[in-house]
Design a protein. Structure first.
Length: 189
């Protein structure tokens, strides 16, 4: 398993090894001890699975406020997505900054998104299936969104001249400047 820290060091790309032969392959996609040795020590409690029929489906930017804040480990089992994490930890030197990463079934990579980040993705191919582990169960009362096209964040989504397919909830989400400080940055000691 390879782990590569991204532009905001709390985010990581994880590339599990695949062992294949004439039958197919086997891959260990999550190993608590191996990730903990790399500083990613998270107790996941729920697995989520989304399917998007068309390319250009955008989901996000989503997060949950404490005490139901979620860390996520996101992977794609069919297709490809452009995945985005936005730092929403007030006081962070990268507050409002974002990292984007293409995740695909072909590349067999994943992204780790800790608590304190809003998360979203857009499908790059039709028939995409995305699976992700979360560290807290869904809570409607703590579920929040930030507008995917917030100009203060300036995400460079790969829409290629097309209009994204977005839910009403995501289209009308507030800007980052209009959401409360749910998370505070705590430097590592």
């Amino acid at each position: 398993m390879k782990i590569r820290r991204l532009g905001i060091p709390d985010l990581a790309e994880i590339i599990p090894a695949r062992h294949g032969d004439h039958r197919g392959f086997f891959s260990e996609v999550w190993n608590a001890a191996a990730l903990a040795a790399e500083g990613i020590d998270v107790g996941f409690v729920q697995d989520n699975h989304s399917y998007s029929a068309e390319a250009g489906v955008l989901r996000g930017l989503h997060y949950q406020e404490p005490p139901f804040a979620q860390a996520k480990l996101v992977r794609v089992t069919r297709g490809a997505i452009f995945d985005v994490a936005v730092d929403i930890r007030h006081g962070s030197p990268t507050f409002g900054g974002w990292v984007g990463l293409t995740i695909s079934a072909a590349d067999w990579n994943q992204i780790y998104v800790p608590e304190g980040f809003a998360h979203g993705f857009v499908t790059l191919e039709p028939d995409c299936e995305v699976l992700y582990k979360v560290s807290a169960p869904y809570s409607r009362e703590h579920d929040r969104s930030i507008r995917f096209e917030d100009p203060a964040i300036g995400i460079e989504w790969p829409f290629a001249g097309t209009t994204p397919i977005v839910s009403d909830k995501d289209r009308t989400a507030p800007l980052l400047a209009d959401v409360g400080p749910a998370f505070r940055y705590e430097p590592r000691g």
